[in-house]
Design a protein around this ligand. Structure first.
Ligand SMILES: [Fe+2]
Length: 551
């Protein structure tokens, strides 16, 4: 029985995944264990840091020890870089150090996971890992594949075709040209955190106009070979650099809008080039740029492909799964499609009860936690919702969520206050899949929150908390068969309010990773203005907590 452990460690978002007999058994990001957002700093000096805790948990989940691992798939191949690295690794530039750390990873791994044979480690090219996370995990055996990120070993893009699991690479764009790094530069220029806050630029873009589009069209353009050019840009000529706590000027939103628009245009050009060569109906995507749900929606609307599937862990965390799937297939397994992002840790009722008892918080066990939570939500309470396995990837999809009533516009500010984040940030709706079309227009179903949708005009007034300034929402559709408990919660809320929609944002506060274990949930609940924690079958009420503290 082949056990393949996949690891992402090189750039950011370290993660581990385990594939057993071609089945995805477990996948989790290191940040959920270490409680350090994004796992580590995205600098070459941190390349040595491995997702040790996530890897150990993957093995525990399968009940195996390190010596039973058939192969470790590491989502970066240092041999693709080594020939170009200066022999003096102390020289200026970081490639030498990054390459050395990656080359030594097998030995380091064998100390982190005693018993592991260093020879079991296989290096998988970064973009092959991203591509595998898309075409091998998608619901179709054959698809065109588009990967776009900041960078891998030498490239920032891959266009190809997966046919029955076999990847044919049709194009790859070499560095320094990179759409992902350009977007990171803009993120940093606007005072946000690079490699982390790119989605804030996307949200800010809605407030601006693409006034710099002409200049960007000259500098950033697709080429005839399926790649693209990104000429060096002085972003300061468009908008002055904003310090993290600096004031907002209209030019900042205009820059965000211009770059976002140009990104969408170039992605459309890349997709058209790819489609012209493959003629496929299906497109699969991965790489950090594929988390741009505004661009994805435009690609679905205007692009040449009939269907699009985006890896929910599209960023580098997803390469842990992709590299594992790639190696599992190379060893003769036929990978099974990914049907859910709920691949992380979970706790039994007894374990959760033990945590609550240890914390000495008053809790109750209602007949149905979905009904009890719906009652609180319908009365405009905020609910921290902790159920089942935690999600792999950056989105909370109903297992580690903060929920609220979408009928009250003030809930945007309330949630952003709870989470300590900027007020221009939209919050997203979850909706019963079978009723999504009544309310939202766009790419449906949308189980992973990777596309934005237009909210039908007659619904905009009814669910103002989830409608962004431009009339859109990033809807997540909830399928009854895949998420029965969340579907029941939405039904219970709809029965009380006539609205089959809830506000869903991730269960964390600013700068912290999403809650993963019951203690994280209790810590988050204890430090934020949340009315109820619905954890497993139990309910913890803030009012009862305070009442208890006075006795
Ligand atoms: Fe990547």
């Amino acid at each position: 029985m082949p056990f393949v452990l996949g690891l992402n460690a090189v750039f950011h978002d370290p993660a581990a995944a385990l594939v057993v007999d071609g089945e995805i058994v477990a996948a989790a990001e290191e940040e959920r264990f270490s409680r350090r957002k994004h796992g580590k700093r995205p600098v070459p000096f941190s390349t040595w840091e491995l997702p040790e805790q996530a890897a150990r948990w993957c093995l525990h989940q399968a009940g195996i020890t390190p010596d039973e691992i058939s192969a470790v798939a590491y989502s970066y191949d240092p041999s693709l870089v080594a020939s170009q690295v200066d022999a003096d690794i102390t020289a200026d530039g970081w490639e030498g150090l990054r390459t050395l750390y990656a080359e030594r990873a097998p030995r380091f791994l064998s100390t982190a996971l005693p018993g592991l044979d260093p020879a079991a480690v296989r290096f998988v090219p970064h973009h092959v890992a991203h591509a595998a996370s898309a075409h091998l995990a998608a619901p179709w055996p054959t698809s065109s594949v588009l990967v776009l990120d900041g960078r891998g070993e030498q490239a920032s893009h891959l266009a190809g075709r997966g046919v029955d699991g076999e990847l044919e690479i049709l194009a790859a764009q070499s560095l320094p040209h990179s759409l992902g790094l350009l977007y990171e530069d803009v993120t940093a220029h606007l005072g946000f955190m690079r490699s982390s806050d790119e989605y804030k630029v996307m949200a800010l873009a809605s407030y601006g106009k693409p006034t710099f589009l002409d200049e960007l069209r000259r500098a950033i353009r697709a080429t005839d070979d399926g790649g693209f050019v990104v000429e060096p840009l002085d972003l300061g000529t468009f908008a002055k650099a904003r310090p993290a706590d600096g004031p907002w000027e209209p030019e900042h939103a205009d820059l965000a809008s211009s770059v976002q628009t140009r990104l969408e245009e170039v992605i459309l050009d890349l997709a058209r080039w790819l489609h012209a060569r493959t003629g496929d109906a299906n497109l699969t995507m991965a790489g950090g740029v594929a988390l741009n749900c505004v661009a994805n929606a435009r690609l679905a609307r205007e692009g040449p492909f009939e269907r699009i599937w985006v890896q929910p862990a599209a960023g580098d965390a997803g390469t842990a799964l992709g590299s594992a799937l790639h190696v599992a297939r190379a060893m003769g397994d036929q990978p099974s499609p990914m049907t859910s992002a709920a691949l992380g840790r979970e706790w039994s009722e007894d374990e959760i009860e033990a945590w609550l008892t240890m914390a000495a918080v008053p809790f109750e066990r209602p007949p149905d936690v979905a009904e009890a939570a719906a009652e609180v939500l319908a009365n405009d309470g905020i609910v921290a919702w902790f159920q089942g396995r935690s999600e792999y990837g950056p989105r909370a999809l109903g297992n580690r969520s903060l929920l609220a009533d979408p009928r009250h516009e003030a809930n945007v500010e309330r949630l952003n206050d709870v989470k300590g984040r900027e007020q221009f940030r939209p919050v997203a709706p979850m909706v019963l899949a079978e009723r999504a079309g009544e309310i939202f227009v766009g790419h449906l179903p949308s189980p992973y929150m990777l596309f934005i949708h237009d909210v039908r005009p007659e619904w905009r007034e009814r669910i103002p908390a989830v409608v962004h300034v431009d009339g859109t929402a990033r809807a997540q559709t909830v399928d009854r068969a895949e998420s029965p408990l969340v579907a029941r919660l939405l039904e219970a809320f709809a029965r009380r309010t006539g609205v089959p929609v809830l506000v869903n944002t991730s269960l964390n506060t600013a700068g912290r990773p999403i809650v993963d274990d019951p203690r994280d949930a209790l810590e988050c609940f204890g430090s934020a203005a949340v009315d109820v924690l619905a954890i497993g079958p139990f309910i913890v009420r803030r009012a009862a907590l305070f009442a208890g503290s006075r006795t």
